[in-house]
Design a protein around this ligand. Sequence first.
Ligand code: ADP
Ligand code: MG
Length: 231
Amino acid sequence: MTTAQILSKAREQKRTVLTEIEAKQILSEAGINCTTTVLATSKEMAVSISEEMGYPVVLKVSSVDITHKSDSGGVKVNLADKKAVEKAYDEIITSCRAYAPGAKIEGVAVQGMAKVGTEIIMGMILDASFGPVVMFGLGGVLVEILNDVSFRIVPIEKADAEDMTSEIQGKKLLQGYRGQDPADVPYLQDMLVKLSEFVNETPGIEEIDMNPVFAYKDGAVVVDARIILSA
Ligand code: ADP
Ligand code: MG
């Protein structure tokens, strides 16, 4: 589905939360690299999608009523074969039913396992006085606690994105440390500009949350995405 189709479908259903699959579809259309993510509505389908994608894969609950998927036992990573996928599928459904009894579960999202990189968070919020604002920060537990993030009002240009990536306190982590590859910072800046362009031309979005993005020596990929529409 295209961005326009996803947005009008959600509006028709009076829904403000988009699924990870919908969010990644929209971000991909905006030129932002996301892991290919496909909905499976049965265990058999989860297996056949996994075989087609190639192992290892990640399975995640797909439900507009469950936005924090790990908390509900809704994420299983690094699944190496058919047996692991079947087991993960059952465990996800069981755990999510117990955690959120009323939740409407549309199935399980299947995606390739991305190799670990520097964890980044990127997103957008709609500020009451400034309008849409884009955000950049480092991910991971430590930095989540420190809340080390940078904001700019939309629209931004490349120079603003350069400021954003250089003004966070943990910017040294982007340069690589303890044998970890440096992050492709120009690529991340380019993602921020694309995000800003998308937000600028698409009204009615309340929040975009890409957490985490894995940054590599060359490029980066969004492994989880959430979009909330304005009510
Ligand atoms: P939540 O809704 O809890 O934020 P996420 O989709 O972010 O769920 O998944 C939880 C964690 O699992 C992520 O922070 C990341 O470390 C890992 N993960 C998720 N998707 C992938 C993937 N495609 N490849 C590798 N790791 C992943
Ligand atoms: Mg996440």
